[in-house]
Design a protein around this ligand. Structure first.
Ligand SMILES: Cc1ncc(COP(=O)(O)O)c(C=O)c1O
Length: 424
């Protein structure tokens, strides 16, 4: 293979096309091609991946500047720590106390090696929080999705899923060799067409999988329309509420709470890695579902339990969300403020969630722009080619409850500077 370090695929080329093109190459050719490309980009300081943070996760973070090697204070708009719980004093104190009682680890998966009373209590709390009979904890959100679909869906069933679903669901579908069909993003009519087509022929169960809040654009699934549709066609509804848990709904109960359909969602999956500021995942539903999954979800059965220090942080985080409804309302008012400010400045943002996507115009060089943000002390995420086609490149802003109005003003000023070359 020609040793070139630029992609040859045109503006719709993405990393998945690279995998197809290099399929028949040797291991060395295949990996060297990508490795040359990415390392040259990093060495020439053309990309800002894996910035090193040398401080606590807060609204301001200290970042080691890849160009100068010096520490730089930046406003953090690129973290899923939506409620700021990753550095919450009450939670940190609770974790310290848990070490005294439970130590730091557990030493294996729950079925054989047991789990702590803390794990049990958090499962009960999660079930209450999600208004379900039961909940179970997985070692990651990724593992929860993979375990959920590979564990529950059998060969007579099918899965209908939104085309923008997270990689963890898609990987579960692939691993389980599950018969599955995508519907267009948030297109309820397209979903109904699939339900009509498959209902009379499917021998087993139909599972419909959507996300409460979609992580790339921050839009919500219209659960008020999808839940009744699933009922009508006798399909089971699974909602991945990774980005909605602790964020959407009056008290942060999630996207089903936002739409008032908590009783009509069969299974809710979520993570501890976003609003709860930690790591880990969970599934909530009927007790018979979690009983079953404890034995059939292989990512649960064959993976060690989360350490009690993490579970203690999750427990304290849930307590904090319940005790301090102002965290969720502060986040919501920051979303409203940021959206209004951006729209005053010529944008057309409609999100109701803390994820704001700014689509990059064709003429803008996203690589140069992300460095401009970095130089102005604004840490945000750029979703770049070839991870996505050029037409879908965007900046993703993630808001936190901790941000002040002044922080958001600075963000909007920086966006205007990058977009229009001047402050508006
Ligand atoms: C929608 C969605 N589901 C699942 C996951 C996986 O969660 P975790 O990172 O906690 O493993 C993520 C994480 O990015 C996500 O955005």
């Amino acid at each position: 293979m020609e040793n070139t370090n630029t992609y040859q695929g045109g503006e719709n080329f993405s990393l998945s096309d690279l995998l197809i093109q290099t399929r028949r190459k040797t291991l060395k050719e295949r990996t060297e091609f990508f490795s040359n490309y990415i390392n040259e980009e990093i060495e020439n300081k053309r990309v800002l991946y894996m910035r090193v943070i040398d401080s606590q996760a807060d609204r301001k973070v200290s970042v080691i500047d890849p160009k100068t090697g010096k520490t730089k204070k930046m406003l953090m708009f690129g973290s899923n720590n939506y409620l700021g719980l990753a550095n919450n004093p009450y939670i940190k104190e609770s974790v310290k106390k848990s070490i005294e009682k439970y130590g730091i680890g557990i030493g294996g998966p729950p079925l054989l090696n047991g789990y702590t009373k803390l794990h049990y209590e958090v499962e009960e709390m999660l079930a209450d929080f999600k208004k379900k009979e039961s909940a179970m904890i997985f070692a990651s959100g990724y593992g929860a999705n993979v375990g959920l679909v590979t564990g529950l869906v059998n060969r007579d069933d099918i899965v209908l899923y939104d085309e923008y679903s997270h990689a963890s669901l898609c990987d579960g579908i692939k691993m389980g060799r599950i018969e599955s069909y995508k519907f267009r993003h948030n297109d309820v009519q397209d979903l109904e067409n699939l339900l009509i087509k498959h209902r009379s022929v499917v021998k087993g169960e139909i599972f419909v999988c959507v996300e409460g809040v979609y992580s790339m654009d921050g839009d919500m699934a219209p659960l008020n329309e999808i839940a009744p549709l699933c009922k009508r066609y006798k399909a089971s509804l699974i909602v991945d509420d990774a980005h909605g848990t602790g964020v959407t709904g009056e008290t942060g109960g999630g996207t089903a709470q936002h739409f008032g359909v908590e009783d009509d969602v069969d299974i809710i999956m979520g993570t501890f890695s976003k609003a709860l500021g930690m790591t880990g995942g969970f599934v909530a539903g009927d007790k018979c579902v979690t009983d079953y999954l404890r034995f059939f979800a292989r990512s649960y059965m064959f993976s060690a339990s989360l350490p009690p220090i993490i579970v203690a942080a999750v427990k304290a985080g849930l307590e904090a969300i319940i005790k301090h409804p102002e965290y969720v309302s502060q986040l919501r008012s920051n979303v409203n403020y940021a959206v209004a400010k951006l729209n005053e400045n010529g944008f057309d943002i409609k999100t109701q969630t803390p994820i704001i996507a700014l689509r990059v115009p064709a003429e803008m060089k996203i690589r140069d722009s992300v460095f401009k943000f970095h130089e102005m002390g604004i840490f945000l995420n750029s979703i770049e080619y070839p991870a996505v086609p050029i037409s879908q490149q965007r900046f993703r802003i993630s808001l936190m409850a901790l941000h002040t109005k002044e922080d958001i003003d600075k963000l909007v000023e920086a966006v205007c500077e990058v977009w229009y070359g001047k402050k508006r």
